[in-house]
Design a protein around this ligand. Structure first.
Ligand code: FAD
Length: 492
């Protein structure tokens, strides 16, 4: 590219940086770092507002922690798969219904413990015997009472503690809530489900924060066609550069210069950073000037959990028509469960889900060993289970593009951690699921964070660069209101 091309491109090679003045008539330029839903939504908004936008993504694909795999001949989400909050207030609802995507609702508003209605799962013990449904229901009730009692423990202590610690205090106080034998294993399974929601073990979940999330109404719906169509729709017409791993961000008074792994440099009026918190924690991006201490401490004050999925594709369906098939065990670490995609999508696929320390431990094994382990679990329930014809193993914890699955509140989390994470630094704006105070760890939270960062960046540049009459400002909200088709939900 010659100098002339570089200038007209507006994203300039660093060597020419000192020669460049932004032409009064040219639109402001923004570099978005990270091509997950947060970065893509930010780029989409700014692109529609006639800003010059370039998106730099380290992987060879877009979507980030949304990763719909099609190698089974059907969509399988190896990252996010549920829309949490199947309601019109969900910021993603208009887009999803506009695209005509179907949701399979796995739970209603009053679902027991987060995700699933009791009627649609079966638990088995280590010897493959099904746990009587009455016991599953009774222990579920006991678990709810235990959690209710932990609220008193919370009120009594000014310092935060882990949910596990609080449960143990409650069980000391209320021996009648303790469970023995098989019932104890079922209680561990409920704890395992809770750990899966936060993607960390119960000894790391904050008692003060665990139930403070503003959960949207409408229950939880699986994206039957996968999440990728949402990403593709938002990514349309955006200048996306794959295999561009950002290693350095220099934040000047009027320009931001971004350097990628192979040494190429891009310059724009502002940048929006949406890389995962796990990546920021590893200091894989060099900031110049260095990030202030309050930002560095915010990055370390929020946790990142881990969850992995092992998807199994079979020739035939040998399991019952239920949504979840669980194995109970003496510890929550040893409990496990399979999501039955056949019920939701009609495809013969089971997805084993592992969270917390266990998810990290699985990543120490080869794919083949992981498969062997998961098949052992499955054969506890169904001794004659056939071998899968294909399988997939995720490794979100060690993937250098994510280093974890999503953020969680650590025990003793400072109140203002989200404000500090989100706060811009001059021409640098921060988005991504981890900066979403209300809906952290979710796709819709990441989306909203991207929309918000784009809005803040746009306002900042308009103030800084003067009035931009030529810019046609189209907000996400305007587009959203056009979609009037209802959400398509099965199993209501
Ligand atoms: C296993 C799993 C299950 C989940 N289940 C659900 C669910 O059911 N429902 C739900 O709502 N949410 C779920 N989530 C969470 C949800 O996927 C995330 O909150 C959301 O997708 C995050 O989007 P993001 O844009 O903030 O980050 P990401 O999607 O991670 O995007 C960040 C992008 O930055 C890129 N990047 C990293 N480093 C660099 C670099 N140096 N330079 C350039 N690019 C870089 C990454 O490759 C990535 O594409 C799940 C996540 C996982 C992993």
């Amino acid at each position: 590219m010659d100098l002339k091309d570089s200038i007209s491109n507006n994203f300039l090679d660093g060597t020419f940086a000192s020669h460049i003045e932004r032409k009064q008539s040219s639109p402001p330029s923004v570099i978005v770092i990270g091509g997950g839903i947060s970065g893509i939504s930010a780029a989409h908004i700014l692109h529609n507002a006639s800003f010059k936008v370039i998106l730099l993504e380290s992987r060879d694909r877009i979507g980030g922690r949304i990763h719909t795999d099609y190698s089974f001949g059907c969509p399988v989400d190896m990252g996010a798969s549920w829309l949490h909050g199947v309601c019109n207030e969900n910021p993603l609802a208009p887009l999803i219904r506009g695209l005509g995507l179907t949701l399979y609702r796995t739970s209603g508003d009053n679902s027991v413990l987060y995700d699933h209605d009791l009627e649609s799962y079966a638990l088995f013990d280590m010897d493959g015997r099904q746990v009587p449904q009455q016991m599953v229901i009774e222990v579920g009730e006991a678990f709810k009472r235990i959690l209710k009692e932990t609220e008193k423990v919370r009120d009594e202590h000014s310092d935060d503690m882990s949910v596990l610690q609080a449960i143990s205090i409650v069980l000391d106080r209320h021996p009648e809530l303790r469970q023995e034998g098989l019932a104890h294993e079922v209680l561990q399974w409920y704890i395992c489900r809770m750990e899966a929601w936060f993607a960390v073990d119960a000894d790391m979940i904050s008692l003060k924060s665990w139930d403070q999330e503003n959960v949207l109404s409408g229950g939880h719906g699986l994206m039957v066609q996968g999440y990728l169509p949402v990403i593709k729709a938002l990514a349309k017409d955006i200048d996306i550069r794959l295999n561009h791993r950002v290693i350095k961000i220099s934040n000047g008074r009027s320009k931001v210069m971004v350097t990628v792994e192979d040494g190429r440099q891009f310059i724009a009026d502002a940048a929006i950073i949406t890389v995962p918190l796990g990546v920021l924690k590893r200091n894989l991006i060099d900031f110049e000037p260095k990030l202030p201490d309050w930002k560095v401490s915010a990055i370390s004050d929020l946790g990142v959990g881990n969850e992995n999925k092992i998807a199994l594709h079979f020739n035939n369906v040998f399991w019952p028509n239920l949504e979840l098939l669980g194995v109970v065990a003496p510890t929550s670490y040893s409990c496990g469960y399979f999501l039955n995609l056949h019920k939701a999508t009609g495809h013969p696929v089971l997805v084993y889900m592992a969270a917390g320390r266990f998810a990290y431990d699985l990543e120490k094994l080869s794919d083949e060993s992981v498969l062997n382990f998961v098949m052992l679990q499955l054969r506890k329930m169904f001794p004659h289970a056939s071998e899968p014809v294909q399988y997939l193993v995720s490794r979100w914890g060690t993937d250098p593009n994510s280093f974890g699955c999503y953020s969680y509140d650590v025990v003793g989390k400072p109140e203002d951690v989200y404000d500090r994470l989100r706060a811009p630094l001059g021409n640098l704006f921060f988005a991504g699921e981890a900066v979403s105070m209300e809906h952290q760890g979710s796709v819709h939270g990441a989306y909203s964070a991207g929309v918000m960062a784009a809005g803040n960046c746009r306002r900042h540049l308009m103030e800084r660069l003067g009035s931009l009459g030529m810019i046609q400002l189209i907000s996400a909200r305007d587009e959203v209101l056009e979609a009037t088709v209802p959400l398509q939900i099965s199993r209501i």
